[in-house]
Write a new protein. Structure first.
Length: 124
């Protein structure tokens, strides 16, 4: 959009024709000279943190990181989960003894489960 109105640049004092209605300076250089340095994204600060698992000091620019590596993170959280002990169970279909940590497991294998379902359907 071209505006017919000529304007005076507050940066250098030159007369110019603005190509936008809100333009105040004749160039980017004049705007920077008058208003100060241009806006740049702030660089994140690099901070030193201590790893929760191994205690090693590491550098990061992310405030939420608390481990120096994925290995330390996995090692740290590995102990959090309650691993259930395996219990000895007897298969409902074939009577074979098997071990399982799942509380509702009734069959020793998928094949026994399928055979039991077939038998149940035939008896109905």
């Amino acid at each position: 959009m071209i505006i017919d109105k000529m304007q005076l640049c507050p940066g250098c004092g030159r007369v110019f024709e603005p190509y936008r209605p809100y333009q105040k300076f004749c160039s980017k250089e004049c705007r920077i000279k008058k208003q100060g340095k241009p806006y740049y994204y702030k660089k994140k600060l690099i901070i030193e943190k201590e790893c929760r698992e191994c205690g090693k000091v590491f550098k990061t620019n992310h405030g939420a990181y608390v481990f120096c590596s994925d290995e330390c993170r996995l090692k740290y959280y590995d102990g959090w989960y309650n691993k259930k002990e395996e219990e000895k169970r007897v298969c409902v279909f074939c009577g074979e003894v098997f071990s399982s940590s799942h509380h509702a497991k009734k069959y020793c294998s998928h094949q026994c489960y399928r055979n039991a379902m077939m038998e149940r359907r035939l008896n109905e």
